[in-house]
Design a protein around this ligand. Structure first.
Ligand code: ADP
Ligand code: MG
Length: 272
């Protein structure tokens, strides 16, 4: 049995089905690269695994170390060792980053960590992500640049010591040096036998973290689950080969604007 097992997972947002039967197993020590065109359900999958309330699971199952994940609260999932570094972390004015981090750390411990020990590990983790210590103590993500928000997600990951680290476009908005910093942390955590599920559009990050497998999600389903050579292929050729070789047509993301104008055209047609 895999560490994380997802079977026939269907999930919707606002009544629209996004995930249409995802099957995926992640084992100990694996680093799985997750690719796919925009709008096909990558972030939705990670959010559903973590338990974001916006998404409704309509069918299928997720188990982690044999336990039913879907019946757990977000908190319980975090305590069991699931972690999500978000694509767009939100700003939470009025909550200090260090208070947030400390309560997250405490939620995974029997006895609360002492102030001294907490600041010691916070200081070490800030150095590891090359983040100025004052950022670690400011309001959570407030006024952070895109790159600082991403480093802060990695800082959380270091402090929480999860068993499965899910990272959603952690490299977007990072310059080359910052990508190296993030990759160094990931390499270190891989050596601690943590598993990773990493979404990225860029081969650069994957070159640095050496995924053991690559999966591709199209139209809410896993259409490729295989060796990491797929990453290079997508990097150089795009997704066209999936259409020609696998016969899978790739639905284009509908921009909201189009939906509105199509809708209003239809309404105008209807009232003519
Ligand atoms: N919170 C949400 N509210 C409405 N629609 C959403 C929400 N999250 C995702 N979607 C829709 O679900 C689809 C898949 O989105 P997403 O999982 O973010 O794609 P990806 O990460 O692969 O780019 C898109 O059509 C997107 O508009
Ligand atoms: Mg996404």
């Amino acid at each position: 049995m895999g560490k994380l097992e997802i079977k026939n997972l269907h999930a919707s947002v606002d009544g629209k089905e996004i995930l249409k039967g995802i099957n995926l197993t992640i084992n100990d020590g694996e680093t799985v690269a997750l690719l796919g065109p925009n709008g096909h359900g990558k972030s939705t999958l990670l959010n559903v695994i973590m338990g974001h309330p916006r998404y409704e699971v309509t069918e299928g199952s997720i188990t982690f170390e044999g336990e039913d994940v879907l019946s757990m609260s977000i908190d319980e999932r975090a305590r069991k060792g699931l972690f999500l570094g978000m694509q767009n972390p939100s700003e939470v004015p009025g909550v200090s980053n260090s208070d947030f981090l400390r309560s997250a750390v405490n939620s995974r411990r029997e006895k609360p960590i002492s102030t001294y020990n907490f600041y010691k590990i916070l200081d070490a983790a800030s150095k590891e992500v090359k983040m100025p210590f004052d950022l670690a103590t400011r309001s959570l993500n407030e006024g952070f640049s895109g790159g600082e928000k991403k480093r802060n997600e990695i800082l959380q990951m270091i402090l929480l010591e999860p068993k499965i680290c899910m990272l959603d476009e952690i490299d977007s908005g990072l310059d080359v040096d910052a990508i190296q910093v993030v990759a160094d942390v990931i390499r270190k955590e891989q050596a601690n036998n943590r598993a990773f599920l990493v979404i990225s559009h860029y081969a650069r990050l994957f070159d640095l973290i050496h995924p053991t497998r690559a999966i591709v999600i199209i139209n809410g389903r896993v259409v490729i689950d295989g060796d990491p050579s797929t990453i290079k292929r997508i990097d150089t050729q795009g997704y066209e080969f999936i259409k020609t070789e696998l016969g899978i047509s790739i639905e284009k993301e509908e921009p909201e604007m189009n939906k509105v104008s199509l809708g209003s055209c239809a309404v105008r047609e209807a009232i003519k």
